[in-house]
Design a protein around this ligand. Structure first.
Ligand SMILES: [Zn+2]
Length: 279
């Protein structure tokens, strides 16, 4: 029995043969003037503007200390785009495709319970492996950590930590993002005990944890995509995916250089203590 591929090749050859015969028989000057048919379908989207590459690895600096990061230190042209949660698998997929298409560098804070992370593993893994997308820890079920006991906080962080090791082969330390930006001394000390010494906050917000009109998302990008900012967005609602061209235009027009946190900071020496909250 012929394979599907052979059948298709046979069909293609037959069609080519018909075309040759037809071309030979009808090679009059009149036939030659018939314009080629326009390609079917919508026109291709406008090309992406070129984005600047990340700074060289030699420029990486020590974390500033203090354990809380909400902006990139100093002056420069860097923009840290961070994306949280992963409620909608199609949004995670669209951002991965955007990264592939444009080279934009992103840090995703993973809430492990959402299936979008395993749904998109094949698309995401190569981007993670080459450092274009960094994964951070955003707990397992997205609780308000300040309402939990030390043991519960540890379980939340450890579950996603293990998930990221098992699924993507990455160590997400030292960056965790507390849901709602809510943390206290207990949260920080439990997190640090597990290697999560850096509470990763933000100083600009796309606001798309709610369902916003695309124009509002673009307005927020114009407001907050500025040099040395850390901007939070969400992998939860599709409208943002319709604004990609405008967002990339803002980045390109302002000559900002998108970076992951690992593009900016040296990874601290693994000074992982024995947790007071063994699993
Ligand atoms: Zn969140």
């Amino acid at each position: 029995m012929p394979s599907r591929r052979n059948v298709l090749l046979g069909v293609a050859a037959a069609v080519a043969g018909i075309a040759l015969v037809h071309g030979g028989a009808g090679a009059s000057s009149q036939a030659a003037q018939v314009p080629a048919a326009a390609p079917v379908g919508p026109p291709p989207p406008p090309a992406w503007p070129a984005l600047l590459p990340p700074p060289p690895a030699a420029a990486r600096m020590l974390l500033p200390g203090g354990g809380v990061l909400s902006a990139l230190p100093g002056s420069g042209d860097l923009l840290s785009i961070t994306l949280d949660d992963g409620v909608d698998t199609s949004v995670v997929r669209a951002y991965c495709q955007l990264a592939k298409d444009t080279g934009i560098r992103l840090t995703m804070f993973v809430t492990g319970v959402y299936s979008s992370w395993t749904d998109n593993r094949e698309l995401l893994s190569p981007l993670v492996d080459r450092g274009q997308i960094q994964l951070g820890n955003h707990t397992w079920v997205h609780p308000n950590l300040v309402k939990l006991t030390g043991g519960q906080i540890a379980d939340e962080l450890r579950h996603t930590d293990q998930f990221l090791r098992d699924t993507f082969g990455v160590d997400a330390t030292p960056y965790y993002r507390p849901p709602y930006g809510a943390y206290n001394d207990l949260v920080q000390s439990v997190a640090a005990d597990l290697g999560y010494t850096e509470t990763a906050l933000w100083n600009g917000n796309l606001g798309d944890d709610q369902i916003l009109a695309p124009e509002t998302i673009v307005d927020n990008a114009e407001k907050y995509y500025t040099a040395q900012s850390v901007v939070i967005g969400h992998l939860n609602h599709p409208p943002v995916t319709t604004t990609y061209h405008q967002l990339v235009d803002v980045i390109a027009d302002r000559k900002l250089r998108t970076v992951t946190l690992d593009d900016v900071f040296l990874k601290p020496e693994a000074a992982r203590l024995t947790s007071a909250y063994p699993g």
